[in-house]
Design a binder for this molecule. Sequence first.
Ligand code: DOR
Ligand code: ZN
Length: 346
Amino acid sequence: MALNTITLLQPDDWHAHLRDGLALKRTAPDLARQFARAICMPNTVPPVKTVAEAIAYRERILAHVPEGIAFDPRMVLYLTDQTPVSEVKKIKDSAHVNAVKLYPAGATTNSDNGVSDIRKVYAVIEQLEEHQVPFLLHGEVTHSHVDIFDREKRFLDEVLAPLLKQFPKLKLVLEHITTSEAAHFVIEQDRNVAATITPQHLLFNRNDMLVGGIKPHFYCLPILKRQTHQQTLLEVATSSNPKFFLGTDSAPHSKDAKENACGCAGCYSAPTAIELYAQAFDQVGKIERLEGFASHFGADFYGLPRNTNSITLVKEPQVIPTSLDYLDGEKIIPLYAGQTIQWRKV
Ligand code: DOR
Ligand code: ZN
């Protein structure tokens, strides 16, 4: 019989963008109402580069969490060519910082300070491996001659495979995977390699973005791929393989910045993220596999305790708002705006 109600341990988001300043008024409550914890991505302006900066950023996030909601922001440092090796030990000793993020320079939003050549940061990576601090990767090459749809696959061959050869015990998360090649690559590695998957890459493919007119609100990086890749992602996300877990990549950009001749990359899914994942899992008849993906495997990988409180989802239609307030008088168009999804968090 089809399930119409499911109760699961409260999920965590292992990849979210909250931005800083006024944006937190929108992003922190949206995320905190859904998740117990979130890995807060460091590509703010300026980026979060040290443990001290991460702790200060965490306080700014906490200041916007609504009264009565328990939310534990988990922090990440933005790796640059200049990151001192000594910062890794500080992460290991910190109660709030969990990881280091690699943005290849130029790969995505606010990645200009990212790493120009991964070999330049091998000394830091050696320390990450030594201390078993997770290394989170935006897995795309950035050379202008490489087709945007091939950038993830090329990263696997040209950057990730050699990296793991050099550092076989490195604890690593390939973030927001979008291709069958990435999914299979992760499956073939040892237990130290995992991946996050976003709701947009489970629910949509490039036809949704490009057929019948360009839909800028589906534009994110890595870009949506063809349907066969979407199908593989659905298979692995719902396979109960603990290497694959929830990471929304929810990323706020104002309506004007998205609906633009040079539109920004990012989908804002935070307010209904778990329901969007429920929709995806249910569509392939695997709703009972949601809890492992959303609430167990990420915590286990990061070596953090699983949450103890629960949430309930019911199968009842929910219309996603057509827009949300953002900053001073701007709007955000959330993922799947104005559409009806079949699940609702109670
Ligand atoms: O679509 C994306 N948006 N991909 C990223 O990697 C970054 C994110 C953002 O920060 O807006
Ligand atoms: Zn991201």
